[in-house]
Design a protein around this ligand. Structure first.
Ligand SMILES: [Zn+2]
Length: 319
């Protein structure tokens, strides 16, 4: 009898280790994707192509844009929008900004004396017009989260209940701009952009949940700017791991997200234990919700036991 108990306990231990190893393997795969500059990274390339079409705007122009269109999120000139496959809608009024015109230096000859003087180059300002993304139509903006199709709906429902079970409130509302969602660093409250598809929101809520678990701050406590890449890399890695568990490979999008936030593969590897523990916690919560709803997300899903509490993050040496 006691033998059976021992072997069951040992079997459970081995089972749990295998599951933790699987989580670690996913994290390391993501780190590899971030590190590999030749990794076919369509999302990131699209993003670079997209941002390269936009100029940096001066402080004065940012003020002008905010005064004319307080909800503006992405602005560009008429032609710049065309280059990324979007066009300005009929009847939309441009937002005025100051545009510099450069005049080269030139030699001026005095007609009376024949004396030549060098007139330095000058910058003149004229008025140009830009348009906010909401004034345009066409190709969708690049998004770092993959669309999961119909699968996203049941996963999102489970993720929302899981987040609530972990103690975080979840609100859906339209958010202007290209933000999928955000979380409150003090309370952990999660807000999701109701304009996005369920699949995108599923990855977003897991990302925000990771922030709420790992990166809460006390009132008045400032975030170290250096920590930004670390924080975003950890949250995105948790999202990739949980999505992988649910049968969706979002590593490429996750790698693009990490690169965009200047997060290196080393950061992800260094945070392996934190990422694994947090992902395990969310997986346990989501698994319970999916089982309660009678949803199986993948045939041979490597389930993490919901009776085991948190997945222990074993310390592993990584290079
Ligand atoms: Zn984030």
């Amino acid at each position: 009898m006691s033998d059976t108990t021992a072997s069951t306990a040992e079997g459970k231990k081995a089972d749990r280790k295998a599951k933790v190893d699987a989580i670690h393997a996913t994290v390391l795969q993501l780190a590899e994707a971030v590190a590999d500059p030749n990794h076919g990274d369509e999302t990131f390339n699209n993003y670079l192509r997209f941002v390269s079409q936009f100029h940096q705007y001066s402080y004065n122009n940012v003020c002008s844009v905010l005064a004319h269109r307080p909800t503006a999120s992405r602005i560009a000139g008429f032609r710049a929008w065309l280059k990324v496959g979007r066009y300005v809608k009929k009847g939309e009024k441009g937002i005025p900004i100051l545009v510099p015109f450069h005049r080269e230096s030139r030699t001026v000859v005095d007609e009376a004396t024949g004396e030549e003087t060098e007139e330095p180059g000058r910058v003149y300002y004229g008025v140009g017009y830009v348009f906010d993304v909401s004034q345009t139509e066409g190709e969708p903006l690049p998004n770092f989260k993959a669309d999961l199709g119909e699968d996203g709906k049941s996963l999102l429902a489970a993720a929302v209940r899981a987040a609530q079970g972990l103690g975080f409130s979840v609100t859906f509302e339209p958010i202007f701009g290209d933000v999928n969602g955000y979380s409150n660093a003090l309370t952990g409250a999660i807000t999701l952009n109701s304009e996005r598809s369920a699949g995108i929101l599923c990855q977003t809520i897991i990302h925000e949940c990771a922030h709420s678990i790992l990166h809460r701050r006390a009132l008045g406590e400032k975030q170290d700017p250096q920590a930004h890449a670390l924080i975003e890399g950890e949250a995105e890695a948790v999202s990739v791991v949980v999505m992988h568990w649910s049968g969706h490979d979002t590593a490429s999008n996750g790698a693009a997200y990490c690169r965009n936030h200047a997060c290196s593969a080393g950061v992800i590897r260094g945070s392996l234990a934190r990422i694994s523990t947090c992902a395990g916690q969310i997986i346990v919560a989501m698994d319970a919700e999916l089982q309660a709803a009678g949803v199986l997300v993948a045939d041979d899903m490597d389930r993490v036991e919901s009776d085991g509490g948190q997945v222990e993050a074993t310390t592993v040496a990584v290079g």
